[in-house]
Design a protein around this ligand. Sequence first.
Ligand SMILES: [Zn+2]
Ligand SMILES: [Zn+2]
Length: 496
Amino acid sequence: MSLKILGFTALAALCATSALATPDVVMKGRLTGTAHQTYIDLPFQVPEGVTRITVSFRYTGREQKSTIDLGLDDPNGFRGWSGGNKSEFTLSATDATPSYLPGPIITGTWNLVMGVPNMRPDAISDYEADITFGHANDKVTVSAFTDKPLNDKPGWYRGDFHSHSAHSDGNCLSLAGQKVPCPAFLTLEAAKARGLDFVALSDHNSTSQYDSERELQPYFDTLLLIPAREITTFHGHANIFGTTEFVPFRLGTKALPDVKTLADIVHAKGALISVSHPTAPTGEACMGCGWDAPTDYSDIDAIEVVNGGSVFAQHGVEGPTDGIPFWQARLNEGHHLTAIGGSDNHDAPDTPDHRSPVGLPTTVIYAENLSQAALLDGMKKGRAFVDMGVGADRLLDLKATSEKKSAVMGETLAVRANSNVLVEVEVKADAGSRAELILNGQLQPQVLPVDAGHATVSFHVTPKGQGAHWVRVNIRDKDGKIEMISNPIYFKLIKK
Ligand SMILES: [Zn+2]
Ligand SMILES: [Zn+2]
């Protein structure tokens, strides 16, 4: 038994709910010397519909060497023991703070168990336990692995939205050189080595990665973990971001008749859905890999336009599995869909024959801070670009201006038909790069060289005619390969 008590501040990252959340149950009391070397149950009722229990505990009397250990029993028995190591912890069906077991949150009487290894005869110790209940459709604060931003500053944050580990089909070499399921820890190490700010472990259909991430996030406190899962069906794959709750994946069954139901379930949980590698071939080489599920794209938030497998393939990003034409066709239908990228890494440690290393490509998102809520908000807003490279300070941002009104990537600018719109492109790229402009899916003839370092180049466009109107930019390197892909600025044509 450890008698060491950590400070509350050091443990804040372990708490799953906002510190401001009002507890559902508060249990207070006083222990005296008679509690020495006893166990005391503090019963509380868990009502129906609760999917997460979060405990915050504090007590006085440490200066008298009073010590209170903690554990938890559900109506069937043991759910964990953290001794004096943790004053805050959380548990749900899919994940729990280390020391506690994930599993069903059973309705009925639970006991917070106090173990008292030491209480002097004349000592007095006041304790308070705050218990907060979570529910299936609570928003992001309860499904994040940390409720504090890892960085408070607004800015561009770089990450990988697609990776796999031992929790599905990620494999790597063991210490003895055997191919084994690859521990999630190594994906995070690879992301850290690549200089990423966030990473999504999107294992196929499983939810067991969430429990590992609950353990790993406090250690990786400069790398935000986004709860993710690749919903893998017979008719395509879709990554979901921002919930640790179970979401059904058996598309075509009663629980999940269609994509709309899937999207509705995801959105009700405050999470987002992105179609993965939509144009991958489907067949015996990769079963159900391409996306052919009937879909109303107004139900979808993002499209994975670049999958890591293609970055290093013979044809690069613009090979047979290029997701850009698929995405642009949806934009031309009038949908607003954020383009993201994902490595789809399945073998975390860097090796020479890597087909899709973690972080290649990177998605760079403008967010208010480095937290799950802010990043998902940034993804939804669409001020983001996909970067095929590894430069930590590369940048691609767009601003469109018409008659003194401006919009940035992801936003909609109202413009008069046939009016002149200025599109300014802010770029940090390698020497020899150039910018090309795509208007409503059509590559425009003008190509502009981009100075190395921090540069701004400008285009002029004249939106007119029927259909959806939008503009975006690719940056190509000196060899002509796509290096960065912007998201669009949308135009709404107005008369007058
Ligand atoms: Zn996939
Ligand atoms: Zn995948």
